[in-house]
Write a protein that binds this ligand. Structure first.
Ligand SMILES: [Zn+2]
Length: 342
């Protein structure tokens, strides 16, 4: 007897959280600049080779050619061997062992030096509000200084994560005694950007504030070494679509040399083709087109009962696309390699 409770294959497909609108991800829309190799400057390549191979097929389909990845030290060689010349690495600590101890700190410092020895040019410091909760950790903590200094001595630039969506501060982070207010979370960034200046600092996920382009203008104007990446696709798509497209376009135009394309995809056997493709598809529509319509990605932070988000494409100019997809990253990594940032 057929099981009436089980959804049909077609219905299950329709309910994929990364494809609520039935996009055919196997046939991406043509790129505005089809011959431009795109760099994903914020990604987490990890998991077994099989999961990675599944991801690389999506990346190839969407024209993503080079990656700057947060990968644990032990997996670097394997990835380099399998995809030579396509992946740069970002120094990260072994978060699985994170403790606020001298012993862990020493290991972190050694790891940074080892990453640099293997060619990594960026050091990531993750200080989301959850890091306050778990470890009472912020970037301006004197405890962390030896790690920062080691990265500076090794000639590195930085990527920092300092804040999460406004929607989370209104809900899960409502207790400011634990998480700080959103505004207070930026104190560490102001200190840090000055401390390592003129070394470049990439503020991950639109420096944590795609909700407020005025604040981002202020941050970028206040710190000449600060850049941002477009990663965390669900969050960024939701919030960028809430701004007038002309405003977003003007923002990109003004800061065109300081924006890097990134997805924040985490490669894991639990994710499939649709999940990976959805992130590249949505960002392609957002930056390259004037698309108006429902986002295929279900978003629990949308404030709508069914997680629906309206997507509004910003349609950046070709020259801006060329910079955020390719040239800015080349200049950043080339500059760090040549020691141009002090
Ligand atoms: Zn990330």
């Amino acid at each position: 007897m057929p099981n009436r409770n089980r959804p049909s294959k077609a219905a299950a497909k329709r309910h994929h959280p990364a494809n609520r609108t039935g996009v055919d991800y196997r046939h991406p829309p043509e790129r505005r600049l089809p011959s431009l190799p795109i760099t994903d400057a914020h990604i987490h390549l990890r998991g077994g080779l099989e999961a990675l191979r599944r991801f690389f097929r999506v990346a190839d389909l969407y024209g993503i050619n080079r990656f700057c990845s947060m990968t644990f030290l032990e997996q670097i060689d394997e990835i380099r061997r399998t995809w030579p010349g396509r992946v740069d690495f970002i120094a990260i600590p072994d978060y699985r062992q994170f403790k606020r101890t001298r012993r862990f700190l020493n290991r972190w410092r050694h790891d940074v030096i080892e990453f640099a020895r293997r060619g990594a040019r960026i050091c990531k410091l993750w200080a989301a509000p959850r890091a306050r909760e778990q470890w009472d950790f912020t970037i301006d903590l004197p405890w962390l200084r030896p790690v920062i200094d080691a990265a500076v001595d090794a000639g590195m630039g930085f990527m920092v994560h300092v804040a999460d969506p406004d929607a989370w501060f209104a809900t899960r982070y409502a207790n400011a005694d634990i998480y700080g207010t959103k505004e207070r979370n930026y104190d560490q960034l102001h200190w840090f950007a000055d401390y390592v200046s003129p070394r470049p600092v990439i503020g991950a996920h639109f420096i944590g504030h795609s909700e407020n382009l005025d604040h981002l203008d202020m941050l970028l104007n206040g710190h000449r070494n600060l850049m941002l990446d477009t990663s965390a696709t669900k969050w960024i798509a939701r919030e960028i679509s809430r701004h007038r497209p002309e405003r977003a376009r003007q923002f990109f135009s003004r800061h065109r040399g300081r924006i890097l394309f990134g997805s924040d995809l985490v490669i894991d056997p639990k994710y499939d083709f649709t999940h990976y493709a959805s992130r590249y598809w949505v960002q392609q529509m957002l930056w390259e087109s004037a698309f108006r319509g429902d986002s295929p990605i279900e978003d629990p932070d949308a404030g709508t009962a069914d997680g629906r988000v309206r997507l509004r494409g910003v349609k950046l100019g070709d020259d801006v696309l060329r910079e955020i997809y390719f040239a800015n990253y080349q200049r950043l990594i080339g500059g760090l390699e040549a020691g141009l940032f002090g």
